[in-house]
Write a protein that binds this ligand. Structure first.
Ligand code: NAI
Length: 343
């Protein structure tokens, strides 16, 4: 079986080559999947893609014409794939979980870095500047954190926050009462949280859930963490909130327009995106470029599950991690966890 592997970085190649499988040949390409690059998949049974590849209706039609049978996402989120359009043409599967701890721990790393000004102190001491002025932070102990989305990553983040002695408010459409958190309305979460961390998927309902109206509801000085998907936040409104001093800090691992920027080296270039440039210029904004997943454990888990998905699909004609065309959720959403034939 041949797979066109798009948006390849050295760490992807290493982790996939470490999971030796004689049955699958990966053709590694640095290009992202788009209408212009779909042709690279000619002669391949499948494509293996990541968060910033595009598999919209036009790309899916092109891949289908080329004889591609499957799209193997090597990530959890699948907002970049038109799953409904793929129905009847191409099977789509993803890696629902690899290391939720990797993302939850990165969210906490960003939060601590931001509120204890570690990013500032690191630069100062490298320049032998040992002053403390302007580095005053605040304790997390006793603060209220609002967690939106309490799935695998949200849960791991809540457990970390419990360890810090924080009060945890949570919002999810499917509450998990085993968690040490108080489920509440989104309004109450916005009003009472000192820190808000986003861990829900991006879909029509959650698009720009943090916009002008939500920010208006929040406490002055609120810290917003987004390690989920950029478009959960209206970045221009976030910037306004920071400029008006309403938002105390923002920790962003994702950005709505990241596809053309993240994972590439633009040092020495002029960035055309004024919003990200202005956000980065703020002393209370930390941006990492979709890095939360990047641990040895997560990379190994991604490679292992992606390869298992491919093998399971070609052996059995279905795969437990297939995405359901009916509702956009995983194939096991309505079938008790059993693999389901969608076609
Ligand atoms: P999950 O599927 O285990 O949990 C998502 C939770 O969000 C579920 O409990 C679901 O009920 C809830 N949810 C759905 N719609 C909601 C809504 N409208 N409001 C509130 N909650 C809602 O997913 P997991 O593994 O926890 O991942 C969460 C997100 O994290 C992914 O969708 C992905 O976008 C992002 N992610 C980011 C990574 C990074 O490197 N920055 C890596 C992996 C995932």
């Amino acid at each position: 079986m041949r797979f066109a592997f798009y948006d390849t970085k050295p760490y992807d190649r290493e982790s996939f080559e470490a999971v030796k499988d004689a049955g699958i040949e990966f053709r590694f390409y640095e290009d992202k999947l788009s209408l212009n690059t779909a042709e690279l998949a000619r002669g391949c049974e499948g494509v293996c893609i990541f968060v910033n590849d595009t598999a919209d209706a036009a790309v899916i039609d092109k891949l289908y014409d080329l004889g591609v049978k499957v799209i193997a996402l090597r990530c959890a989120g699948y907002n970049n794939v038109d799953v409904r359009h793929a129905f009847g043409k191409i099977h789509v599967f993803h890696v629902p979980a690899y290391s939720p701890h990797a993302i939850a721990e990165h969210a906490m790393a960003l939060l601590l870095t931001s509120i204890r000004r570690v990013h500032k102190a690191y630069i100062r001491t490298r320049d032998y500047n040992f002053t403390l002025n302007g580095l005053t932070g605040f304790d997390l102990y006793g603060k209220t954190v609002g967690v939106i989305g309490t799935g695998r990553i949200g849960k791991a983040f809540i457990n970390i926050c419990n360890g810090f002695g924080m009060r945890v408010l949570a919002y999810d459409k499917f509450p998990d009462n085993s968690l040490n958190a108080e489920y509440t309305s989104l309004d109450t979460l916005f009003k009472e949280s000192d820190i808000i961390s986003l861990h829900c998927p991006l879909n029509k309902e959650t698009y720009h859930m943090i916009g002008a109206d939500a920010i208006k509801e929040m406490k002055k000085g609120v810290v917003i963490i987004n390690t989920s998907r950029g478009a959960l936040i209206d970045a221009d409104e976030l910037l306004e909130g920071i400029k008006s001093r309403k938002i105390g800090a923002a920790c962003l691992d994702v950005y709505e327009e990241e596809a053309d920027i993240f994972f590439e080296d633009f040092s020495g270039h002029i960035i055309d995106d004024d919003t990200i440039a202005r956000l980065i210029s703020m002393p209370n904004v930390i941006v990492t470029s979709h890095q939360a997943f990047l641990t040895n454990e997560a990379l190994a888990g991604i490679a292992k599950t992606t390869i298992e998905n491919i093998k399971e699909f070609f052996a059995e004609g279905c795969c437990k991690n297939e995405l359901c065309y009916h509702c956009g959720k995983t194939a096991d959403c309505g079938s008790g966890g059993k693999p389901k034939k969608c076609f």
